[in-house]
Design a protein around this ligand. Structure first.
Ligand code: DC
Length: 237
C-alpha cells in the first residue's frame, strides 16, 4: 500500500540549518524538497541586476512589481549534483543567490506584499499534490496552514552565525564573522516584524532547537515525529 503523502512545513530563523535538515528529510521520505528562500533570493537578484538597489536600499514597490511581472522562476532537479536548482529567466542562479550581496537585500524584498503574494501562489502550486518538504518562514502559517506536519527550527544566534560563516568560507566566499552575525540579526528582525506573514511559529508547530544537535540526532527526532504523524493516517485507509 502506498503511504499517505503529506506536506511537511519547515520554518525557522535564518541559518539554523533548515535546508540541510529539509534535504535530509526529503531524501528519507522520498518527497520533493522546495526551498522557498531561493525564490525570494532570485527575485532580489533580478531587482539588483535591474539596478533597483543602485541608489537606495528600499526601492519602491511599484518598481519591484514591474521586475516581478517580467521574470520567470523555475526549479529543476540536477541529478549530477543531486540538488534542486533555481532558474531566473532560464539562467541557473542557485549559487549566485547565496552571496552576501543578495543576503543584504533579500529581507527588504520579502517584506513586499506583491512579492509575497506571487511567491505564495507559486509555492501552493508546487505543493498541491503533497509529498513535499517545503522550507521557509511562513509555510506553516500562510502557505500551507493545513500542513499535516509543521516543524519550527531554531538555534542560538551565535551558533547560527558560526555555521553560516563556515559555510561561506567553505564555498570560497569572503566573509567576516561579525558582518555575518549582524546580517543574521538584521534579517531576524526584519523577518519577525514585517507586516506581511512575519516569521512566527504556527501554534501547532513542533519546535526543535538544534543548537547542540548533529544532523543525525535531528533525523532521529524527525523519524519519531513523522511516524507519529503518518501512522494514524495510514491506519485510516
Ligand atoms: O532561507 P533563506 O535565508 O535563504 O531566505 C532568504 C530570505 O527570504 C530571508 O531573509 C527571509 C525570506 N523568506 C521569506 O520571507 N519567506 C520564506 N518563505 C522564505 C524566505
Amino acid at each position: 500500500m502506498k503511504q499517505h503523502q503529506i506536506i511537511i512545513a519547515l520554518d525557522g530563523h535564518s541559518s539554523c540549518g533548515k535546508s540541510t535538515f529539509a534535504k535530509r528529510i526529503a531524501a528519507e521520505v522520498g518527497y520533493a524538497y522546495i526551498d522557498t528562500g531561493a525564490m525570494y533570493r532570485a527575485v532580489t537578484l533580478a531587482c539588483m541586476e535591474a539596478g533597483l538597489f543602485d541608489q537606495t536600499d528600499a526601492p519602491p514597490e511599484g518598481e519591484v512589481e514591474r521586475i516581478l511581472k517580467g521574470i520567470t522562476l523555475d526549479l529543476k532537479h540536477n541529478p549530477e549534483l543531486e540538488r534542486t536548482e533555481i532558474y531566473l529567466n532560464g539562467r541557473m542562479v542557485e549559487d549566485r543567490i547565496r552571496n552576501m550581496d543578495v543576503s543584504e537585500h533579500v529581507s527588504y524584498i520579502s517584506t513586499l506584499a506583491k512579492v509575497r503574494r506571487k511567491m505564495v501562489e507559486y509555492q501552493r502550486e508546487l505543493g498541491a499534490s503533497k509529498g513535499v518538504v517545503m522550507d521557509g518562514r511562513d509555510i506553516g502559517t500562510a502557505v500551507f496552514p493545513e500542513a499535516e506536519l509543521k516543524i519550527f527550527l531554531t538555534a542560538s544566534p551565535g551558533v547560527r552565525a558560526m555555521r553560516r560563516y563556515k559555510e561561506l568560507l567553505e564555498k570560497g566566499m569572503p566573509a567576516e564573522l561579525d558582518q555575518v552575525r549582524q546580517n543574521l540579526e538584521k534579517r531576524d528582525r526584519i523577518d519577525s516584524t514585517r507586516k506581511e506573514s512575519p516569521l512566527k511559529q504556527a501554534p501547532d508547530a513542533l519546535i526543535l532547537d538544534n543548537s547542540h544537535m548533529t544532523v543525525d540526532q535531528q533525523m532521529d527526532w524527525f523519524r519519531e515525529v513523522f511516524n507519529r504523524t503518518i501512522s494514524p493516517m495510514d491506519g485510516a485507509h
